[in-house]
Design a protein around this ligand. Structure first.
Ligand SMILES: O=C1O[C@H](COP(=O)(O)O)[C@@H](O)[C@H](O)[C@H]1O
Length: 223
């Protein structure tokens, strides 16, 4: 794991967007398509605001979430809504969105429908993850019902229900996240920095983020 500390949050968001845009361009030099996975939640919005304006051939980029809350897009909790409003806009509107949510059923029922297009576009060229103060990443939560499957299984996606998550989830597995060609984590503030340090000495069952730290660049700034 490499940790990059930035002078402030604005600097982090701009420089991380530049880094990801550069890595997508690099992928597009040798591949027909590049696949980008991004987190939801409250942290990455300002980074999306920069990345969406990057000059690159977005028509050859496929964008997916690392995880989704099983709520309709009308909900403020929808990660899909976040990326539609803040990432899949401006130049990045030309990208193809691979949804992690489908209306009309539970995560378990809709999983095969959602997994097909995702699986056709793996491995991920660039994977950006978030992390909660409870050391979850994507929607791989401590204490979750499918925690062990998501950490050790070879399926692409797992439905997930966890005490720390207010709604059912669907998440990319640690297997998929670890097979990404380039991997980053974006975290802000002292609480998450301390959680990250703690996670480095815990098992993935206790601190799911520990399962994907090897080879990952962590981008951090204080609030
Ligand atoms: O629920 C989620 O939480 C994590 C962290 O979110 P944040 O609001 O603390 O930034 C996020 O990475 C994940 O995608 C999201 O579904």
């Amino acid at each position: 794991m490499e940790l990059i500390e930035y002078a402030d949050v604005d600097m982090l968001m701009i420089q991380l967007a530049n880094k990801i845009a550069g890595q997508l361009r690099e992928s597009l030099q040798s591949e027909d398509f590049a696949t980008l996975a991004v987190p939801g939640g409250t942290t990455p919005g300002p980074m999306f605001d920069s990345l969406c304006a990057a000059e690159l051939d977005w028509s050859r980029v496929k964008v997916m979430l690392t995880d989704e809350r099983w709520v309709p897009e009308t909900s403020d909790r929808s990660n899909t809504r976040l990326i539609k409003e803040r990432l899949l806009t401006d130049r990045a509107a030309a990208a193809t969105h691979l949804p992690l949510f489908a209306e009309g059923g539970t995560a378990e029922e809709k999983l095969p429908e959602v997994a097909g297009p995702i699986e056709a576009n793996l491995p991920l060229s660039v994977c950006l993850l978030g992390m909660g103060a409870d050391m979850h990443t994507a929607s791989i939560f401590p204490g979750a019902d499918r925690l062990n499957d998501a950490l050790t299984g070879t399926d692409t996606l797992y439905p997930m229900r966890a005490p720390g998550a207010p709604e059912p989830r669907i998440t990319l597995s640690a297997h998929v996240l670890n097979n990404a060609m380039r991997r980053h984590i974006l975290i802000i503030g002292q609480e998450k920095r301390e959680a990250l340090e703690k996670a480095r000495h815990l098992s993935p069952q206790e601190a799911p983020v520990a399962s994907i730290l090897q080879g990952t660049t962590v981008h951090w700034a204080d609030k």
